[in-house]
Write a protein that binds this ligand. Structure first.
Ligand SMILES: [Zn+2]
Length: 402
């Protein structure tokens, strides 16, 4: 699944002729780019889900309250009815569950609004565009019907030191299941702090609490964990968490993961989502942005490298060059925008081929390739200057064989 955040990424997807991937739309992006996203989904004709992004309202929101999307979501989710003091805009667990951890009317309203937002936003926007502007003939089917592939109940962040959101999350999921139509699926988000992973008691509690009848699957967000830089112990704890959650025999998707998550398939991970050449981990509550440099996914190193250092790294590690249709023209382009577009489309192509390979030849054979990359890179990298780009593969190999 690909998570889109920026208009230009939507254009890349539209020109990539996607057949196998689904789209994740974060609701704060949908609130800001409603029309553009609706156009993209009309053209792509791919399944999609809307990530309701509710956790953001359970945090200190002072630094984002000037954003346009924020007030739009506040209105669409009915949060302005729940929080009546605009000078002290803070969503607290005790507004949503009572002392006996039963849901309040506020929570019932919130769950209904968040679900309806996902159900209707794209269709309503499509209908508006269709009525007032119309579509090009080749852009749209006659009467497309927009329904998300699954629906996500409101979710909030749980850390080892702050579990007061847990009953809110659990009640939200139960209310969403009550509200579910016969043709809908409910996927529950489990957003936990990576610091919780080593504590088996906490993890067992989470796994037991989220075992809810009527839930069709899980999306997990292990906040602050980066599978590409995580140490062995951390990845091992993460793998154990997935194995435990898999006991419920429901699909599990990593909301922010990459190759390592895809290789966890036989441990219980069904799939993973990320953005185009970034977003394989995510730090919540950060203001983000700033200083983005163009990264190139070196397909024989299975790693993102700064585009400006691509040739140096390829030479040092004696890597083959990519000869895909985008890389062939990459050398001749002059603008950062063109470079970004080509490296983005190249990444989509490579990732789709990697997943095809994992599916057809199996995890073991893919892992063997990563080990070979590790060995040959180590041989060529005498000083270890580039170890960040390959040493993780030997760690992954040890963990995945446990
Ligand atoms: Zn390429």
């Amino acid at each position: 699944m690909i998570r889109v955040n920026i208009s230009r990424e939507m254009a890349w997807l539209e020109s990539s002729n996607l057949k196998n991937c689904d789209i994740i739309i974060p609701s704060h992006i949908l609130a800001g780019l409603t029309k553009r996203i609706t156009l993209m989904l009309t053209r792509l004709k791919r399944p999609y889900i809307v990530d309701p992004h509710t956790y953001i309202f359970g945090a200190d929101v002072e630094h984002i309250d000037d954003k346009r999307w924020f007030s739009k979501l506040v209105a669409d989710y009915g949060l302005d009815v729940i929080i009546t003091d605009p000078d002290n805009f803070e969503l607290l667990p005790n507004l949503l569950v009572d002392n006996d951890t039963q849901p309040t009317d506020n929570l019932r309203e919130l769950v209904e609004n968040v679900i309806n937002y996902q159900r209707t936003k794209i269709q309503e926007t499509y209908d508006d565009i269709n009525e007032f502007e119309g579509f090009d003939e080749n852009e749209s089917d006659k009467n497309p019907s927009f329904k998300p592939k699954w629906i996500i109940p409101p979710y909030f962040f749980i850390s080892a030191g702050r579990k007061d959101w847990l009953p809110v999350n659990i009640n939200s999921i139960k209310l969403a299941v009550e509200n579910k139509n016969s043709n809908e699926k409910i996927f529950a988000v489990i957003m936990i702090d990576k610091e919780m992973l080593p504590y088996e008691k906490d993890i067992d509690e989470i796994v037991a609490e989220y075992n809810i009848d009527g839930v069709d699957g899980y999306m997990i967000w292990c906040a602050y964990m980066n599978e590409n830089s995580a140490k062995e112990k951390e990845l091992l704890h993460f793998q154990n968490f997935i194995k435990k959650l898999a006991i419920h025999k429901k699909p599990i998707h990593n909301m922010y993961g990459g190759l390592f998550s895809f290789l966890l398939e036989d441990k219980g991970m069904t799939g993973s989502s990320h953005s185009i050449c970034y977003g394989e981990h995510r730090i919540p509550f950060s203001t983000g942005g700033g200083g983005m440099i163009t990264r190139f996914y070196q397909p024989y190193l299975y790693s993102k490298v700064p585009l400006t250092r691509m040739e140096e790294i390829e030479r040092a590690l004696k890597l083959k060059k990519c000869d895909c249709k985008y890389c062939v023209i990459l050398k001749g382009v002059n603008t950062p925008g063109e470079e970004l577009a080509l490296t983005g489309k190249h990444f989509i192509l490579k990732r789709i081929n990697e997943l095809k390979e994992i599916n057809s030849k199996g995890i073991e054979s893919f892992l063997k390739k990563l080990i070979d990359v590790n060995k040959s890179a180590m041989d060529n990298d005498k000083t270890g200057a580039y170890s960040n780009f390959y040493e993780r593969f030997s760690v992954w190999n040890q963990i995945l064989n446990k």
